[in-house]
Design a protein. Structure first.
Length: 246
């Protein structure tokens, strides 16, 4: 019964994806396909809790079939990360732990924290790429304030960023290499480094972020149909109804 309910939810989700959303996704994909992917930066936020462990593992005879964690509660310490990538490299990130958020008096990442990240880290890293023009693509989160972000880049004399584009609503899983599948790979790598503690969490998260290779990144961009020649409608959830023409 549970499996049937899950399948019905999947079918309903597919039917809810409109033809206009697929067309909007296709439009942005075509735009990306015409440009050098090393000049397209995807930026987003994600988080990992200190109680995360490997999803599956092999246990030798006589060893304990469980993983020790520092905090197994639902309120285990959360670490928020702002990450940015091109198809060639992982750009410097920033990680906020519970103490950082407490000091700032916030519960999660805010626009001010994002602007500080641009001011102190990202603008310099983008300038060092020396790749004009640079485009940044984001989801439509409330903290992604285009005018303030562009102002932050220009205040740091980073003229390489010429525009910031938003993905259509509810399309990040189809369009963003970060959502599909950079963050998944990164979290799996972090989980394999258990036991995770408050002392090693930031170090492990940062190390595993930078351990993702350029080959992985290129594949993530390709998986999102951003590479020249790919069918921009190939992942349409309801092709018989939408009747897309490439």
């Amino acid at each position: 019964m549970a499996v049937f309910s899950f399948l019905m939810l999947c079918v309903c989700a597919c039917l809810l994806v409109s033809k206009s959303l697929c067309d909007a996704v296709a439009k942005l994909r075509r735009w990306c396909q015409k440009r050098d992917k090393s000049k397209i930066i995807f930026l987003d936020e994600s988080n990992i809790r200190v109680n995360e462990t490997p999803r599956t593992t092999l246990v030798a005879p006589g060893e304990t079939p469980y993983v020790i964690v520092e905090d197994s509660s639902a309120y285990a310490a959360r670490y928020d990360c702002i990450a940015a990538i091109t198809s060639k490299e992982v750009l410097p990130c920033i990680i906020y732990g519970p103490e950082d958020r407490k000091e700032l008096g916030v519960d999660g990442i805010t626009t001010r924290m994002l602007i500080d990240y641009i001011d102190n880290i990202l603008a310099q890293a983008v300038s060092a790429l020396d790749r004009y023009p640079i485009y940044i693509i984001l989801d439509r989160s409330n903290i992604h304030h285009k005018a303030k972000m562009l102002e932050a880049f220009y205040d740091k004399v980073c003229q390489d960023v010429v525009d910031i584009l938003y993905m259509p609503v509810k399309s990040a899983k189809r369009l963003s290499p970060l959502d599909n599948a950079f963050f998944h790979e990164w979290k799996e790598r972090v989980r394999q480094r258990s036991p995770l503690t408050k002392e090693n969490m930031k170090s492990v998260m940062t190390t595993e972020l930078y351990n993702i290779t350029s080959n992985h990144l290129a594949n993530y961009y390709k998986h999102c149909r951003l590479t020249h020649g790919q069918d921009v409608y190939s992942d349409c959830p309801n092709p018989s109804v939408h009747q897309h023409t490439s």
